[in-house]
Design a protein around this ligand. Structure first.
Ligand code: NMX
Ligand code: MLT
Length: 391
């Protein structure tokens, strides 16, 4: 079908689309990834499951350059990130040190940390700012974990040449099985880096960036969007909920799910705005779980939940997708490798998304021959169109 100007009509907006959270309405193009409702997210054409075991740094290169690096490019890119990862500017560190340990939510700290980094070192070159932020995030994350936990800033020197995840674990000073932690975090980062253009945090970051706000201000806004329990914080809520279930007995798990639904609470880790099948990122994490924590109690609970919840949620025809999403298993795996505080899990999601969101902001800035995507400004229809005048 074509409109009066001969342009293809790809979507017709009707009254039914109003007040649906813009569900399904195309608003732009995305070069980094697309989400197939049945097959899940593809990064620059590659199904995410095929990339899960690759180096996170190579996937960042992919999202920025739209192709995988060859060996030399991979080394050069890691070197570039290492060079960009100088020590956190003292001003940004002082901002974080001024917060009371244990206060607020770790996502507040991440957003404040990103904003503080922006105060210290915004260049205005979106590519440079994006890569600088990516390079600094491992140290920012470790600093947040340590300061918020009352342990002071990292007490060993940053060694970015180890790799992003490896440096984070090194800076954390983790007295844990570092190999397992590194393995789980590398997969986590790759799986969470991008999810199309319309997910709430990415959309928010791009909307803010479209008014020419800085990369750091846009990213802090994106992190605030990610912090909601229906979006990124579902990974925290999901493990808390799995720990409340505490059994892999099928009948008891089913009773728990029904009780949550009766209390009008979401079944975290299930459902999706776009996907209409189990999320391949969930499948990839179940596979990793079989490798690193097959006997873990939480892992046994989520295996049962993966079978039971879709059946129960499927009884409600209103629910578009009763299947497991990305958040079903990530908390269980993070807990199994030594991260025992669920409130930190969304910061890992945020760390990963810095890559996809910054790459998408860069693409939008480069659009239209360098003029950039115009400022976001969708239309809202007046609920009551009557014009009134004061007498
Ligand atoms: N548990 C309970 N109710 C649900 C669920 C669920 N898992 N999924 C959908 N519904 C409800 C939803 O709240 C809505 O109810 P109402 O009409 O009263 O507003 C109805 O079913 C229809 O919703 P859908 O069209 O299926 O889903 P929608 O696109 O609106 O929402 C989510 C998508 C992801 C917000 C929703 O599935 C949900 O709340 N899931 C649980 C939270 C979660 O795991 N979020 C993580 C999503 C992925 N991520 O990381 O961002
Ligand atoms: C996800 O990773 O599943 C999201 O960011 C949510 C979405 O795509 O809407």
């Amino acid at each position: 079908m074509s409109d009066e100007n001969g342009k293809d009509v790809i979507f017709e907006v009707t009254e039914d689309h109003l007040n649906t959270g813009m569900r399904g309405i195309p608003v732009g193009t995305c070069r980094t990834s697309f989400v197939d409702p049945k097959k899940g997210v593809h990064y620059c054409g590659y199904p995410v499951g095929d990339l899960a075991d690759m180096d996170p740094e190579d996937i960042i290169f992919l999202l920025y350059e739209k192709r995988l690096p060859n060996r030399q490019e991979s080394q050069d890119f890691r070197h570039e990130l290492t060079q960009r990862a100088e020590r956190l500017p003292t001003g940004a560190l002082r901002v974080l040190e001024s917060l009371t340990p244990g206060s607020g939510h770790p996502m507040d700290w991440l957003s404040i940390g990103i904003q503080a980094l922006g105060v210290a070192e915004t260049t205005g070159d979106v590519r440079a700012d994006g890569l600088n932020l990516i390079a600094r995030t491992p140290e920012l994350m470790a600093t947040i974990f340590r300061l918020r936990g009352g342990r002071g800033a990292p007490d060993v020197a940053s060694e970015p040449e180890r790799g992003m995840v490896e440096n984070f674990v090194h800076l954390l000073g983790a007295e844990v099985e570092a190999d397992q932690m590194i393995r789980a975090l590398r997969v986590f980062l790759v799986l969470h880096m991008d999810h199309g253009g319309g997910n709430l945090s990415t959309f928010t970051g791009k909307a803010v960036a479209s008014g020419w706000a800085s990369l750091y201000a846009s990213m802090a806004s994106a992190m605030n969007a990610l912090s909601g329990p229906l979006h990124g914080r579902a990974n925290q809520s999901c493990l808390e909920f799995v720990q409340r279930i505490g059994t892999d007995n099928e009948k008891e798990v089913e009773a728990f799910v029904r009780q949550e639904l009766a209390a009008r609470r979401p079944i975290y880790g299930f459902g999706h705005a776009v996907l209409r099948a189990e999320d391949p990122r969930a499948a990839a994490q179940f596979k990793l779980g079989e490798e690193i924590c097959p006997d873990d109690n939480n892992f046994k609970v989520i295996k049962t939940l993966r079978e039971v919840a879709p059946r129960v949620l499927g009884e409600n025809p209103k629910i578009s997708n009763p299947n497991a999403n990305v958040d079903i298993a990530s908390g269980t795996l993070l807990n199994a490798v030594g991260f025992h505080k669920p409130e930190y899990y969304t910061t890992f999601f945020g760390w990963a998304r810095v890559a996809g969101i910054s790459a998408q902001i860069l693409d939008e800035r480069n659009a239209r021959g360098g003029r950039g995507t115009p400022i976001y400004r969708p239309k809202y229809i007046a609920a009551d169109p009557t014009v009134r005048r004061l007498e």
